[in-house]
Write a protein of this length. Structure first.
Length: 262
C-alpha cells in the first residue's frame, strides 16, 4: 500500500486505498460488536470482595475476620474506586457485619493502616474455633478475629469436621440456612431476668432432636448444647423445645405446646 499514498497535499486519496480504510473501519466495528478474540476482555465486576484496612494492633492471617466499620473511600471519587475500601475493627458483638481476610494483613502502625482483600459473600476459608465436630454454623464473638462454631450463625460450615479447636474451615458466607430445630432439655433452663433494666438470658443444656425419615424422633446424646431462655419462667428438664437464633446467634429455647412422643 505504500505506493498508493498521495505524493502531495493536492493529490486525491486513491479509491483502492480509501476502500481499504473503510474495510478496516467496518472490521473494527464488527470485532468490537461481536466480541472477537482481539477485542478487549469482558469481565464481571467482583462484588463479593472489598478492600479493608486493619485498624487494630493485631497482625492478622488469612481466614481471620474484621468487623466492618466506616467507608474510607471519599464520596468525590466513590464511583471510580472499586472495590470499596472499608475500615476494619475487632468484632464487638455476635451480630457484627464481618469480612473474611483472603490474605495476611499487618497490624496498624501509628496512624498507618495496612490494606488487604476481604470477602463478604460466597465461599471462603475461615478461621473457626470448633467446639464440636457436629456443629454446622459459625458466628462472630466480641473481641475475637476467629469465629466460634455453634448451632446458628451467619456462616455455614461446609467442611466435614474431624477435630475441635481453631482451624481453617471452608464456609459459605451469609445469613441463609439458619433453620430452627427441636431439642429436649437435659437440665432446667433458668428463667430470664432483668439487671439494671437490661435482659439477662437464662441458660441450661439440651439435646438436639431432628425429624427422622420414619416420622418418629431420635436423639444423639453427643449433640448437646447450651441453650438460652428469655421468659421469666424456668423451663424444666426433659421438656421439648424449639430453638431459634437470637440477634447474636445464640440458640433461644421456646417450649413446644405438645405431648412428647413416646
Amino acid at each position: 500500500m505504500s505506493n498508493q499514498r498521495p505524493t502531495s497535499t493536492n493529490d486525491k486519496i486513491p479509491l483502492a486505498l480509501w476502500n481499504d480504510v473503510i474495510d478496516m473501519r467496518n472490521w473494527w466495528k464488527r470485532t468490537f460488536a461481536f466480541g472477537a478474540p482481539t477485542s478487549p476482555t469482558q469481565f464481571t465486576v467482583p462484588t463479593s470482595t472489598i478492600r479493608i484496612a486493619n485498624d487494630t494492633a493485631t497482625a492478622l492471617v488469612r481466614g481471620n475476620v474484621l468487623q466492618l466499620d466506616e467507608t474510607l473511600t471519599g464520596a468525590d471519587y466513590w464511583e471510580a474506586t472499586w472495590p470499596p475500601i472499608l475500615n476494619g475493627v475487632a468484632p464487638t458483638r455476635g451480630n457484627a457485619s464481618i469480612a473474611v481476610l483472603n490474605e495476611p494483613c499487618p497490624a496498624k502502625s501509628g496512624t498507618n493502616k495496612a490494606l488487604a482483600v476481604a470477602q463478604r459473600t460466597g465461599l471462603a476459608l475461615v478461621k473457626v474455633n470448633v467446639g464440636a465436630t457436629w456443629h454446622r454454623r459459625a458466628r462472630p464473638t466480641a473481641s475475637s478475629h476467629i469465629l466460634t462454631s455453634g448451632l446458628f450463625g451467619p456462616c455455614e460450615i461446609l467442611s466435614e469436621l474431624t477435630t475441635t479447636g481453631e482451624q481453617l474451615v471452608l464456609c459459605s458466607l451469609g445469613h441463609s440456612g439458619n433453620r430452627g430445630m427441636f431439642a429436649k432439655t437435659t437440665s432446667a433452663i433458668t428463667a430470664g431476668s432483668l439487671s439494671s433494666g437490661r435482659l439477662v438470658l437464662g441458660s441450661g443444656t439440651a439435646t438436639i432432636y431432628d425429624p427422622y425419615s420414619t416420622a418418629t424422633q431420635y436423639a444423639d446424646a453427643s449433640h448437646t448444647a447450651t441453650v438460652y431462655n428469655m421468659p421469666g419462667e424456668a423451663i424444666p428438664s426433659g421438656t421439648f423445645v424449639s430453638l431459634t437464633p437470637t440477634d447474636d446467634w445464640l440458640p433461644l429455647a421456646e417450649i413446644e405446646p405438645c405431648t412428647a412422643p413416646a
